[in-house]
Design a protein around this ligand. Sequence first.
Ligand SMILES: Nc1ncnc2c1ncn2[C@@H]1O[C@H](COP(=O)(O)OP(=O)(O)OP(=O)(O)O)[C@@H](O)[C@H]1O
Ligand code: SF4
Ligand SMILES: [Mg+2]
Length: 347
Amino acid sequence: MTSQASVSQSERPLLSVQDLKIRIQMDNGEMKAVDGVDFDIKKGKTLGLVGESGCGKSLTSRAIISINPKECETTGKIVYHSESEKALHQLDLLSLPTRSKQIRSIRGRKIAMIFQEPMTAFSPMYTIGNQIMEAILIHRTKNKKEAKKIALDMLSKVGISDQEKRFDQFPHEFSGGMRQRAMISMALSCNPELLIADEPTTALDVTIQAQVLELMKELQREFGMAILLVTHDLGIIAEMCDEVAVMYLGKIVEQSTVKEIFNNPKHPYTKGLLKSMPKLSGNRHARLESIEGTVPMAMNMPPMCGFYERCSDRIDGVCNTQAVPKTHISDNHMVRCFLYKAEGEGE
Ligand SMILES: Nc1ncnc2c1ncn2[C@@H]1O[C@H](COP(=O)(O)OP(=O)(O)OP(=O)(O)O)[C@@H](O)[C@H]1O
Ligand code: SF4
Ligand SMILES: [Mg+2]
């Protein structure tokens, strides 16, 4: 069912993810891959989603545009505040059928996504130019000449020179960095309100990485789009984001502004991540692999803190016997940890 209702403009997030759960049935039980995730993305701002491999970052971000495989049973709400019509509307994207016209018109046009591996976004069979133009023809204009002009303009905006020649080349004729730029130009050619970037620079070398991030910032300033930036890399979070959500085993365990998370981290996992972050003298973009212990499987987990086995501050009989509620340390700082349990606050 499509939920549509008028909303007021004050303090309205562009996108609000509410109690998102993604369950996957496996041979040996049910995996709670995403387990009650909530966050808001504000217009024109960047939210970073950070956490170790397998914690559910990609499933969460893909759920927003309904591109997870069908074995992912998804519940909750993903409320998108649309401004395209005369009135403001809120629309629960999860309530739209996966192949419906409505979700297809939002995917690409209003919410675009870029991936770690640009070959995911491009077909090897068609030229880069044709594929960018195709997206523009679907979402923006029916006029081919105009679509080509927009595509060439976007290629130039992302720093690809000799665009006329590049337009007619196939993806394999582009270098990794160039393909990443081309994918960004395709994603941005429809002026999306939200760009979801899932590890957009992990496959690139450090110099190209910096250029692509700078480019995203520039384009954000120019087009005012919001960004959901998924990364393992706290260096990138520090450079790019306004707010950050730290994810662990399918849950957001801490969320606040970047400044607060870096200066006043609360959750033992966040503290571990920050400690494991290479200092300025080292490689600031190393992956987060140095916290001791491994992440347990999100399979048939009893109600307890998923970080229990790895936590040096754990309270036996408390942290391993019940689900951890959210605690709001301040208006903009949430943590899920018994060390900070607020009086009377429940799950
Ligand atoms: N289609 C699927 N079938 C079974 N398990 C899946 C499927 N998709 C994801 N998973 C599992 O769900 C968990 C979360 O996956 P997800 O891809 O969201 O992790 P991630 O945080 O993006 O990790 P990474 O940082 O490695 O990209 C992982 O344990 C993953 O193996
Ligand atoms: S709830 Fe307990 S085990 Fe979990 S992070 Fe906090 S102190 Fe550690
Ligand atoms: Mg991922």
